[in-house]
Ligand binder design. Sequence first.
Ligand code: NAD
Length: 296
Amino acid sequence: MSTIAFIGVGNMGGPMARNLVKAGHAVRAFDMSAAVLKPVVDAGATGASSARDAVNGAEIVVTMLPAGQHVRGVYLEEGGVLSSAKKGTLLIDSSTIDIDSARAVHAAAEKAGFAFLDAPVSGGVGGAEAGTLTFMCGGSDEAFARAKPVLEKMGKKVVLAGGAGAGQAAKICNNMLLAISMIGTCEAFVLGEKLGLDPQKLFDIASTSSGQCWSLTTYCPVPGPVPTAPSNRDYTGGFATALMLKDLKLAQAAAQSAGAATPLGAEAAQLYALFAAKGHSGVDFSGIIRMLRGQA
Ligand code: NAD
């Protein structure tokens, strides 16, 4: 068992850190918010007063922070992880951040003699709590081999996508595809409704035809055909529009910097920005069907 510093124990990091405690690791947790730190300490972690304090004596550091600027700050600033951790510490960032920041922190960590892995997740808060997240990793084979047994305590699938930044790249490519397929699925149901088609009939046909996709068969945006989908719960408790919009903006920034043409990704980002601006940023992303019907 290892001593693990966990920095950023909010909605995702909190349950992830608790799963590491449950697995028998000694967890030293730090968050700028005392309110989110408390339940992690109550679960058996040691509360730390700063990032420097958290990494004291740790063999592994895991961070789960909002965005690239927070990750750069926690690793690169004076008193941050790179200037405080002991040599040989394995560093894992599971936040979803821009690829340029991920690569910058990779490079700085390598220069300072640390193994670093970008390891963003999918699976949401439910997956974090149940320990069933998917980790998409970018880094060296050696860093991945060291991280895998620890990540497996928080997730059920741990994949090495490639070198520095490849985990972030895989995550934003997947989520851009998801957003586009969700909007396409919603448009098909809206057109079907206008043409007088029963949504269940459209589902039965499309889900066994060439239009089938995850947004239709697992996450159907109309209530009824898939009882576990958020559409049956008034579009609550799923993947919030604000988080989808964040990932789409990251995908657009990456596309611009890499010179990739992603016109449908750009359109999806615009549509989710409009849906969020209408006051629906907390609504599950499949709720965009309401805007396409002219209801939102
Ligand atoms: P959150 O805001 O609940 O948690 C982030 C935590 O980081 C907060 O508690 C905040 O106080 C803390 N923090 C910020 N700056 C800090 C610093 N300098 N030092 C210490 N702590 C600091 O966010 P979340 O929902 O847990 O998301 C975390 C990351 O996971 C994000 O990058 C998000 O995109 C990604 N993610 C979230 C979900 C989800 O469903 N919530 C799903 C997949 C990925």
